[in-house]
Design a protein around this ligand. Structure first.
Ligand SMILES: *Cc1c(COP(=O)(O)O)cnc(C)c1O
Length: 355
């Protein structure tokens, strides 16, 4: 396949002002679609005007959540180009999620071509303001009409995009987080390592409680022992303890973030010692009490790096780096965003120019 058929909209929408634009509310003019039909495979890739789906109330995804998604961004460069950051990693992970959820894998070349052609078509929607980007949401859902519990025979693969402003309009800001001791988001053997809507549905309650108590995110502990640190909100988490950067290993209940992987590579290239291993909450608190918990941050596509200024565990607050963004946190943020927005050289070959 060398190109995707495109049906252009005849009613283009006005482009909103990027300032104050809420995340994920305002979508662009077109979307990519592809269908799966048992016996025929993935068929009919196409780009069409953005618009609603019509679903039978008995559609299987509405009942049993056989659904997966991805998240990445298109970045406007100083030369007025548009580039993606490690998109092949997102497509690979989409198929990893598909395997877990019994969804047939999408052909990677068609998905990649559809993604690039959609972004090229929507290039005027890619915001050029500092820190702004075009967020890209690929997703696949089961469309068979049945209340039977088995893998659907039909699926829809869709990619939608939306302009998003800077995550940090007032500069990078450390957040307060709460260690969640009741709810868990995932267990080994479950779906914690894949991007599926169900993981998010299960995490909303704890997130809401934390927000009501004045915290930005929860720090999740493992589902079996409630002992080992796993993720922060829907981001991976890293700690700088006594000069070493430590992040939870990908044990099966932790999502393998592309930002996480990229940050580890950056740190290694600078000679910073990094370890992927189990970190117990006791180790973390002991390090904090000994003054050795030097920095902490979350990693994910949306915020890139989210510094953690304070952790609360069983009612006790632990302030990290006086609540300020740490020097290494800032260096990682500056370098990674520099590569993503094309402001600095990309020695790793991570970026893909689209147009
Ligand atoms: C998407 C996601 C991340 C971050 O992954 P990136 O590829 O870095 O955006 C981390 N944790 C969870 C639970 C996620 O869904």
């Amino acid at each position: 396949m060398t190109s995707i058929p495109i049906q252009k909209t005849i009613t283009p929408k006005p482009k909103p002002s990027i300032q104050g634009l809420p995340f994920g509310k305002y979508f662009t003019d077109h979307m990519f679609l592809m269908d799966y039909v048992e016996g025929q495979g993935w068929i009919n890739p196409r780009i069409v005007p953005y618009g609603p789906f019509s679903l039978d109330p008995g559609t299987i995804v509405l009942h049993y959540a056989q659904e997966i998604f991805e998240g990445l961004k298109a970045y406007g460069t100083p030369e007025d180009g548009v580039q993606l950051f490690r998109p092949e990693e997102n497509i690979r992970r989409l198929n990893l999620s598909a395997e877990r959820m019994c969804i047939p894998p999408v052909p990677e070349d068609v998905a990649f071509l559809g993604l690039k052609e959609l972004i090229a078509l929507e290039r005027d929607w890619v915001p050029m303001e500092a820190g702004a980007s075009l967020y890209i949401r690929p997703f696949i859902f089961a469309t068979e009409v049945t209340l039977g519990v088995y893998p659907s025979q039909t699926y829809t693969f869709c990619i939608i995009t939306c302009p998003v402003g800077s995550y940090y309009p007032e500069g990078v800001n450390p957040v307060k987080i709460l260690i969640e001791t009741e709810d868990v988001r995932a267990v080994r053997g479950g779906t914690g390592y894949v991007k599926c809507g169900g993981n998010y549905a299960a995490s909303i309650r704890a997130g809401g409680r934390a927000a009501a108590a004045g915290f930005s995110q929860v720090l999740w502990l493992d589902g079996l022992h409630r002992k080992y640190v796993e993720e922060v909100g829907s981001m991976n988490v890293m700690f700088k303890i006594d000069g070493h950067v430590i992040t939870p290993e990908l044990s099966g209940s932790v999502l393998g973030g592309i930002t996480r992987k990229s940050v580890l590579a950056l740190l290694q290239s600078w000679g910073v010692p990094v370890a992927e291993r189990l970190i117990s909450v006791d180790e973390l608190i002991a390090a904090a009490n000994a003054g050795k918990l030097e920095e902490a941050w979350g990693t994910g596509t949306a915020a890139v790096i989210s510094p953690i200024g304070e952790i609360t565990y069983e009612g006790v607050r632990y302030v990290i780096n006086d609540g300020q963004t740490g020097a290494l946190t800032q260096k990682v943020y500056d370098n990674l965003t520099g590569i993503q927005w094309g402001r600095q050289e990309d020695p790793f070959g991570w970026t893909v120019r689209v147009c």
